[in-house]
Design a protein around this ligand. Structure first.
Ligand SMILES: NC(=O)c1ccc[n+]([C@@H]2O[C@H](COP(=O)([O-])OP(=O)(O)OC[C@H]3O[C@@H](n4cnc5c(N)ncnc54)[C@H](O)[C@@H]3O)[C@@H](O)[C@H]2O)c1
Length: 332
């Protein structure tokens, strides 16, 4: 099988590629990535595989996407502007990549009748505070520009299924953690600032609840859906680890043997959802996938990975990536 993976130089896309070649050595992967913020070819540097090729390009390049989709059997799209704080400071790149980029892939998918795996997020459901967990039929109610652009893409994919009958699956996963995550996201930022004995910022009162899943459980779920998922369906993916941001930060400080005095409460992110919570019994019942990682063990392994791989993150760290309130920055 030939795979076109878009955004494979990012955190989750690179985990997908590393994991995929362990299980399917004879498949081919073309990784198209525009190498924007969050990407790093170092994530794939140990990949020595004749069935792998990298192309630097933009998913909005319709001609290029068309020619690559034509050669592929399955297209998996991880390419996205992915950081909520940046979307608050400057939504435009999110609209361009997350909506127009998805459109560009969809056009090629319908022309060549290929399978499309659209990687979306639980954030499209919006705030679950005071509500039960969202399932795949719950209303879409995004709160921030990042989530709104992902929700728009989900609607586009659904409309192409209904209108043109394309083959597609949409996945909506919770917060990922693990190795190779760009330092501006909560877990790596907390780990790196703690290692450096810098104050660790917590937005608002730190009581926001996120549901955490190890990135290998997420990519394994996507792999299962490629072989067993039903076209036109949406699948939620969660490992049911609902934890407050404050508890996450405290757990990391405990693992590193640092004092909670490092915690600094800062002004809350605008439009900050209090809780994300989804139900993924559909993928468990229909596909048989279930998460393998035990949260506390996987968190400790992750912290140790950042301790042991400082040469990976040091070149990526500057004042902006570690900023306590990034939405106040003037991102290009
Ligand atoms: N990180 C999470 O917790 C999480 C949870 C659920 C869903 N998701 C979704 O998973 C996907 C991957 O997330 P991630 O955390 O790996 O993000 P990431 O920012 O680490 O990676 C995104 C990749 O997309 C590439 N990219 C950006 N714009 C591009 C463009 N126009 N053309 C080609 N490539 C482009 C970047 O260079 C980068 O390599 C995203 O769609 C995100 O919405 C992420």
């Amino acid at each position: 099988m030939n795979f076109l993976v878009c955004g494979g130089a990012g955190f989750i896309g690179s985990a997908f590629i590393r994991n995929f070649f362990q299980n399917h050595n004879n498949s081919k992967i073309t990784n198209l990535d525009f190498l924007t913020i969050g990407s790093n070819l170092e994530n794939l540097k140990n990949l020595e595989n004749k069935n792998y090729q990298f192309i630097k390009d933009d998913i909005r390049n319709e001609e290029k996407i068309n020619s690559l989709v034509k050669e592929a059997d399955v297209v998996v799209n991880f390419a996205a502007e992915s950081h909520v704080d940046r979307s608050i400071a400057n939504p435009k790149p999110f609209i361009e990549t997350n909506i127009l980029g998805t459109y560009s892939i969809l056009e090629a998918i319908r022309k060549h009748d290929k399978m499309f795996i659209h990687v979306s997020t639980d954030e499209i459901y919006g705030d679950a505070e005071g509500k039960s967990s969202f399932d795949e039929d719950s209303q879409i109610n995004p709160s921030n520009p990042y989530a709104a652009t992902k929700a728009a893409a989900d609607h586009l994919v659904a409309s192409y299924y209904i209108t043109y009958g394309i083959k597609c699956i949409t996945t909506r996963c919770t917060n990922n953690f693990g190795p190779y995550q760009f330092p501006e996201k909560l877990m790596p930022k907390t780990i790196i600032r703690s290692i450096k004995n810098l104050k660790v910022p917590l937005y608002g009162n730190g009581q926001q609840v996120r549901s955490w899943i190890h990135v290998y459980d997420h990519v394994q779920a996507i792999e299962s859906l490629i072989s067993k998922g039903k076209s036109g369906q949406v699948y939620n993916i969660t490992a049911y680890n609902e934890i407050t941001n404050k508890t996450i930060v405290e757990k990391i400080l405990d693992i590193l043997g640092k004092s909670y005095d490092l915690i600094e409460y800062v002004k809350d992110r605008p439009g900050h959802d209090k809780r994300y919570s989804i139900d993924s019994s559909k993928i468990q019942k229909e596909i048989g996938w279930k998460p393998r990682c035990q949260f506390d063990d996987a968190l400790e392994e992750t912290v140790n990975w950042y301790l042991e791989n400082q040469q990976w993150w040091e070149p990526l760290v500057d004042e902006n990536t570690l900023h306590p309130q990034p939405w106040t920055l003037d991102w290009e």
